[in-house]
Every structure is written in structure tokens, then in C-alpha cells.
Design a protein around this ligand. Structure first.
Ligand SMILES: [Ca+2]
Ligand SMILES: [Ca+2]
Length: 473
């Protein structure tokens, strides 16, 4: 791992310059803004003829995480239906690592389902966390509610790294675990259906949602004292701080993932929590700075009151967030906001810059650039609104549910839908369709740009697209 750590530092240094960039976490950066400056991305491709397809990798039957790409490796969470090791059979959460240039399978980390069953670990959902890759290490949340730090190079470096040295399987395709933190054992979390957090790091700390939620009664919160968010020391996995402002007020589960950014000169961790509120903390201490209710006071769960599944996006002291519900709950009313994160206390009134109520329930994360905010909803609409006022410039109907997030790459917006269509649209205050491609099955993930390539998943495959590439059939 030591050698790869050095490479990691070099890549970080280089990416500050003009070179093409890795996409080392959900959202690319801790602010989680779904924006990339990559150039030369394909705007058309064809998975049938292989045009502009560099490689394709087979995944399990459901893949709800999003790929991350760094230091020459692509990581993606899936289930075990594309079993790569007969010794690790049955239903499991799986994290797979592929070589970025070739798509060659490197290693996998598999995790048996929790004995508690669907209450905590829904069958066949796999790993839905998007790993953070930093300095040769991958950090992710498993279906078992554990946070795992694993060597990005696995055992390919010929060394067993980290404090965990007693791995039972130490072959080339097995994971080299550095440390683990069990959120169920250590902080009493009761993940509702599935823990899915995509960790974010800052100042030597790793921030993660615990997924703490209701039990199957959908009334009781069995572990009301468990935190919603925790901060771990990134080197050791030791707990530094936690917060459980939500207590027993969890509406359902907690599936949003934190963001980090400078807001009003303060390093803040911003997290949308299970009572439908967004809360911000001073990153190093965990001191709560502000909280914002994303629901109208007269709303009623589950008809009109929502949880928050999308990720907060931080741009220029402003937090952009949409609320919504578990896709299983179907369509309904939604709300999107721009929040002034320099305010303190309950800022539901004082911090609200605008409220966009034409959006439907949403689980998508925003893309913000050039005074425009792209917001997608579960009813299939992509909205382009004014970043200053929240007034819509245009709305586009995709005619299928949207689970992923709009990704703005250069001057094009990429967005997939449940019909498997990926639509490419001009980044503009007037709507202009560029192209539409079908991926063969539902696209639940977000298009991920990295190093001149575009990574798009359908239900069970990961495609690396590149302008000028031709996949041999
Ligand atoms: Ca190793
Ligand atoms: Ca190890």
C-alpha cells in the first residue's frame, strides 16, 4: 500500500493543475456538486455496435451505488449475482475493483447478509455506497452497517496492510482490509433496510451517516439514542464525534450522505437527516451550527411530508437540497431549496434563499454552475432553475423515473432514467436536446466523468465510454 500512497499524493497534486481529473468520491469533491470540467466526453455512443465504448464489465443483478475512479482503479458496489468466487456464494453485498484503463477485474470485497434480514439488510440490494478513494485507500459502507477502509491495490502489492492482518482470504482477488467500524455494534445504529452512506473526508476525519431508522413496524425507532452522523479518525477508524439531534423523530430511514465545504469561512459538514431536516456541524468539533426543515410545517408524513435522500450540494456559502421519499413510496409532492449556511440556529425562515415547489419527490442531487441549478425528480422531470431566485428556466420530461443525478460535464448535462435512456442536453438557460442513448436496462446511477472517460452503469453492467473508442464485438 505504501507505494500506492505515494502515487495517490502525486495524483492529488497533478489534479490541482490542468491534467484530467479522477472522480474519487460521490460528487467528485466534498462539496458534492455534480459538475466536472472534463473535456472531449462522448455525446453519442452505441452499446450495440460498440461505438465510443472502451470496455464493459459485468456486475451483479442490482447496482445502486455509483462508480468512483481514482489512481487507476474503478470501484463499484453491487450484489453477488455475478458471483466471481464460488467460495463466496449466496446473497452478499459486493464491492468490485476494476483497472480503469482495461476494465480488468482486480479484486472484490464481499459481505454476507445480516441475520436480521430485510429490516436492516434488504435481500439482493448489495452495496449501495459510493466509495471514497484517498491516498491508496477505499472507504465505503457495507450492507452490514460497517464502514470499511481497504487497500485500493488489495493484495496486488504483495503486502497485508493496516491493523487488520487476519483476513481469511488473501488471494489476488480478495480485499486487503485496513480497519473496520461496525456502526451497529459501536454506536447502536439500526439501519433501516440498508446502510448506504458514501463517506466524505476532511481534516483527517471521515464523515458518515449511520442509516439509523425505524424497524419493520414503520412506527418504532428501536435505537433512538443512536447518532445520525459520525466522524471517525481516518487513519484508525476511531470515533471522534457523533450527533443524534433526530432522536426518535426518524420518519423512515436515513439514506442521505454528508457534504463538506467552507461556508462563511467555517469548515462545515452538512447532512440531511431522517426527520427531513438538514443540519450543519463544525467539521473538527461536531458542534451543531444550524438546522433547516425541508418540509412545510403543515405537511403530514407520508402523504406530504418527506424525508431527504438526495445529497446536499455546497456552492458559494449556499446549500442546495431536494427532498423526497424511498422509491417504493412512488411519486408525490417535493421541495427544493437554496439555504444560506452562514446563518445560525433554526434557519428554516432566516436561511431560506428560495423554495422551488414545482419539483416532485426527488432522490437526485443538484448540479450548480453559471447561475443555473439542475434538479431532477422521481416523476421524470429535469428542471433548470435560476441559482439566485429558484425561478425555472425550463423543465424537460424524461417520461421515466429518475433515480440518478444530472451530471454537468463541460457544457453538457447527462442524465439517465429507469427506461435505460441517457439524455444529453446543452448547458443553457434555453432547453436544447443533444442526444439520447439507451443502455439496455434501467440506469439508476449517475454518469461519472474521469480522465477523459465517462462511466455509466445500467442494472448489471458498467460501461467505460470514450470518444473514438470501439469495443470489438
Ligand atoms: Ca496490500
Ligand atoms: Ca490488511
Amino acid at each position: 500500500m505504501f507505494r500506492s500512497a505515494i502515487v495517490g499524493v502525486m495524483v492529488v497534486t497533478a489534479s490541482a493543475g490542468l491534467l484530467a481529473a479522477d472522480w474519487p468520491m460521490w460528487g467528485g469533491t466534498p462539496s458534492r456538486n455534480m459538475v466536472s470540467d472534463e473535456k472531449g466526453m462522448p455525446t453519442t455512443w452505441d452499446i450495440k455496435t460498440g461505438k465510443n465504448v472502451k470496455w464493459v464489465a459485468e456486475l451483479g443483478s442490482q447496482s445502486y451505488g455509483n462508480p468512483t475512479v481514482a489512481e487507476g482503479v474503478v470501484l463499484v458496489g453491487t450484489n453477488n449475482e455475478a458471483m466471481r468466487d464460488p467460495k463466496q456464494g449466496g446473497d452478499r453485498g459486493v464491492l468490485m475493483a476494476f483497472r480503469e484503463e482495461t476494465g480488468e477485474f482486480m479484486w472484490q470485497a464481499t459481505f454476507e447478509k445480516l441475520a436480521a434480514g430485510r429490516a436492516n439488510d434488504w435481500p439482493f440490494q448489495g452495496i449501495a455506497s459510493s466509495p471514497l478513494i484517498m491516498r491508496g485507500v477505499a472507504y465505503f459502507t457495507t450492507n452490514r452497517g460497517t464502514i470499511v477502509a481497504a487497500d485500493l491495490q488489495g493484495f496486488h502489492d504483495g503486502e497485508n496492510d493496516g491493523t487488520v492482518k487476519d483476513e481469511k482470504l488473501t488471494g489476488k482477488t480478495d480485499p486487503d482490509i485496513l480497519w473496520t467500524f461496525d456502526m451497529i455494534e459501536e454506536v447502536g445504529a439500526f439501519p433501516h433496510n440498508l446502510a448506504n452512506c458514501s463517506p466524505v473526508a476532511d481534516g483527517g476525519l471521515l464523515f458518515c451517516s449511520t442509516g439509523n431508522g425505524q424497524d419493520e413496524s414503520h412506527v418504532n425507532v428501536p435505537s433512538p439514542k443512536a447518532p445520525s452522523i459520525i466522524a471517525l479518525e481516518i487513519e484508525s477508524g476511531k470515533l471522534r464525534w457523533e450527533d443524534n439531534s433526530v432522536g426518535e423523530n426518524v420518519l423512515h430511514g436515513q439514506w442521505s450522505t454528508p457534504a463538506v465545504g467552507d461556508i462563511g469561512g467555517v469548515r462545515q459538514v452538512v447532512h440531511a437527516q431522517g426527520d427531513g431536516w438538514v443540519r450543519a456541524y463544525e467539521a473538527t468539533s461536531g458542534k451543531k451550527l444550524w438546522e433547516f426543515d425541508t418540509n412545510p410545517k403543515d405537511s403530514v408524513w407520508p402523504k406530504t411530508r418527506n424525508e431527504v435522500i438526495s445529497t446536499p450540494v455546497i456552492v458559494d456559502n449556499v446549500v442546495y437540497i431536494s427532498n423526497g421519499q424511498d422509491p417504493e413510496h412512488g411519486e408525490g409532492v417535493g421541495h427544493a431549496y437554496a439555504i444560506d449556511g452562514t446563518k445560525r440556529g433554526d434557519i428554516t425562515k432566516t436561511g431560506m434563499l428560495w423554495h422551488f415547489d414545482k419539483i416532485r419527490r426527488s432522490i437526485s442531487t443538484a448540479a450548480v454552475k453559471d447561475g443555473m441549478v439542475y434538479l431532477a425528480d422521481f416523476s421524470g422531470f429535469l428542471h433548470c432553475v435560476d441559482a439566485k431566485t429558484g425561478k425555472p428556466f425550463w423543465t424537460h420530461d424524461m417520461f421515466a423515473a429518475i433515480w440518478g443525478s444530472p451530471m454537468l460535464i463541460g457544457d453538457k448535462v447527462y442524465l439517465g432514467d429507469e427506461d435505460g435512456d441517457v439524455t444529453v442536453i446543452e448547458h443553457s438557460k434555453t432547453f436544447k436536446l443533444v442526444s439520447e442513448q439507451n443502455m439496455g436496462s434501467s440506469v439508476y446511477a449517475t454518469a461519472v466523468p474521469a480522465n477523459g472517460k465517462l462511466f455509466i452503469m445500467n442494472r448489471n453492467q458498467l460501461y467505460a465510454l470514450q470518444e473514438g473508442a470501439q469495443l470489438k464485438k
